[in-house]
Design a protein around this ligand. Structure first.
Ligand code: ZN
Length: 147
């Protein structure tokens, strides 16, 4: 499930966020839809909210540490949209976290490092046998069957 991106300004006092600034993002699920608010540290500490939240830094504009694994990310976004194969999506998500393409922000919330898009991914139970099959499928998909 897709979650709104970070606002460019503080939800409380309306000031624009600056590069390298620390920001707290608060997420609430209302009737199958995620609502998002972003706060500067001062506003948050004056009035902390309850709910799912995480701290992050606004990236410096010219700093791009990791080149995107576009094939895996495209696949990830496709599976989010189609809601097909949640077990495969779960494994792909872990792979992308390992590759530092996704950042785990809270329980089931993952952010695309490159674009800061936020998604909800559930992790259904996967048996060891299923895991092996899914891992093979993942390798095949990402290698493009060139063997
Ligand atoms: Zn503020």
């Amino acid at each position: 499930m897709k979650i709104p991106k970070r606002e460019s300004r503080c939800s409380q006092h309306g000031e624009f966020f600056l590069p390298e600034q620390e920001v707290i993002s608060l997420l609430k699920k209302e009737e199958e839809e995620w609502k998002r608010q972003d706060f500067c540290v001062a506003c948050w500490e004056k009035e902390p909210r309850k709910g799912i939240y995480f701290r992050a830094k606004i990236p410096a504009p010219q700093k791009k540490q990791i080149s995107p694994d576009s094939k895996a990310l495209t696949l990830f976004q496709q599976l989010i949209e189609t809601k097909e194969n949640p077990k495969f999506l779960s494994l792909l998500t872990l792979y992308l976290v390992w590759k530092k393409q996704l950042i785990k922000r809270a329980n089931s919330l993952y952010e695309v490092a490159e674009t800061e898009e936020l998604f909800e991914v559930s992790h259904p139970y996967i048996s060891p046998e299923e895991g092996k099959i899914l891992a093979t499928q993942l390798t095949e998909q990402l290698d493009g069957n060139t063997r």
